[in-house]
Write a protein that binds this ligand. Structure first.
Ligand code: DCT
Ligand code: MG
Length: 403
């Protein structure tokens, strides 16, 4: 799933200075502290492309963050995620402790990991996590669709450690989602490519337009941010004009079912209440009607190495399809811009947008709208640009939201 590393440019520190619009003429390849201090602590005030000069560090931070997530230590998890976002933004590779001087989002734990990686080439704390029995088991368990930290905890306490052991244990009570997760495990852990995302986009657009020709179908998530790989494909669907169709989603999945393309589907009905204030909860699920599906994507000739031997015939049959996770979200047209902003992510970018809105603007942002607590009104927006403007933020393009 990793994005390809990019060539390192030692002159890149100048780009940071450029971004900070400083007229200073400083000694070579040094980031002056007056510029470092101008870097915002909010990723929504930074432009973060996929060009990551500090993968060595950000991979390490993400492992630390994941381990804290498994331990349900949200504070330390966020500390490492924020640091990872910041280093993804830096337009040069960090090579000395001086490079991070004055920058926000670098706590003591993070600093220690950076120092060790600079000096030793690797972090002993990260290595410890990678070798930790609990981390390894949780990493495997949560790689199954439908399995979260809570379920992993339960299975770990039962003495289970690997996906193979889970598959072999016939006494485990599995949800419908987890059953599908095990059934299509190999396909789902192998990531979705851009080409596969394009193929699925065609299917989704075609199917939706047979029922609602004017409907707008937009790919969101990582692919909208320019990623070449993803763990799923996210779509937003809206119908411009007055008419809403609560049945659209049902019609779409019913057709796929008839066509034999639907491997799994869970429709969540809308729970949106008009008068309700935007949720204050960080990372709260939104209330749109949506469905989490697994689609069967036919790709003749692509997967010749994998054989389906379940057939009784002697000849092994070539498996010419791949199971792909696809999320469809239906939004009312008036909320489309907010939904698009939220579902485009990244998670870290969205988190910081909401944190910025509440801490710096006394506003509440979620996937449905923006509420101004001082004026006590909801702010309408027809585009993402308008939302940034409401928040008093410079516009950040989707491909610059890879925080
Ligand atoms: N999101 C949201 N509300 C939810 C779930 C997700 O606003 N209830 C946002 C956060 C990121 C975006 O939607 C897409 O989520 P993911 O698919 O998990 O992330 P991604 O960036 O697309 O990453 P990946 O490439 O792994 O799919
Ligand atoms: Mg996604």
């Amino acid at each position: 799933c990793m994005e390809a590393g990019r060539p390192v440019d030692s002159e890149m520190k100048y780009r940071l200075m450029e971004q900070c619009q400083s007229p200073l003429n400083t000694p070579e390849s040094e980031v002056p502290s007056c510029i470092a201090r101008k870097v915002s602590q909010y990723s929504c005030q930074r432009k973060t492309t996929l060009n990551n000069y500090n993968k060595k560090f950000t991979d390490a931070f993400e492992i630390m963050a994941e381990n804290y997530e498994f331990k349900e230590n949200e504070i330390f998890c966020l500390e490492f995620l924020r640091a990872a976002s910041l280093l993804k933004y830096l337009p040069f590779p960090v090579t000395r402790m001086k490079d991070i001087q004055g920058l926000p989002c670098i706590g003591d734990q993070v600093r220690d990991v950076i120092e060790e990686i600079i000096e030793e080439g690797e972090s002993s704390r990260v290595k410890e996590v990678l070798n930790d029995e609990r981390y390894k088991a949780f990493k495997q368990f949560t790689s199954v669709f439908g399995v979260g930290v809570k379920t992993s905890e339960k299975w770990y306490r039962m003495g289970l450690r690997t996906v193979e052991e889970l598959k072999a244990d016939k006494t485990l009570k599995l949800s419908k989602m987890q059953k599908a997760g095990f059934l299509y495990y190999e396909d789902l852990v192998s990531c979705v490519s851009k080409a596969e995302a394009d193929a699925v986009t065609l299917i989704v657009k075609n199917t939706v337009s047979t029922f609602l020709p004017d409907a707008l179908v937009t790919i969101t998530g990582g692919f909208r941010r320019g990623k070449k790989m993803g763990h799923d494909i996210d779509f937003l669907i809206t119908n411009p004009g007055p008419r809403e169709d609560d049945e659209l989603l049902h019609k779409v999945v019913d057709l796929w079912k008839k066509q034999g393309l639907l491997l799994y589907c869970d429709i969540i009905e809308s729970t949106f209440v008009e008068e309700q204030l935007p949720s204050r909860k960080v990372d709260a699920m939104d209330n749109f009607q949506k469905c989490f599906t697994i689609l069967k994507l036919y790709q003749p000739g692509v997967d010749n190495s994998s054989y389906n031997t379940s057939k009784k015939s002697d000849m092994a049959e070539i498996k010419d399809w791949k199971a792909i996770r696809v999320d469809l979200v239906i939004t009312p047209f008036e909320q489309y811009a907010y939904a698009l902003l939220g579902w485009t992510g990244s998670r870290e970018f969205g988190r910081d947008l909401r944190r910025y809105a509440s801490h710096e603007r006394k506003m509440i942002l979620d996937n449905h709208g923006l509420y101004d607590r001082r004026k006590r009104i909801f702010l309408k927006a027809g585009s993402e640009e308008e939302i940034f403007a409401h928040l008093g933020l410079d516009y950040v393009e989707p491909w610059e939201r890879n925080a």
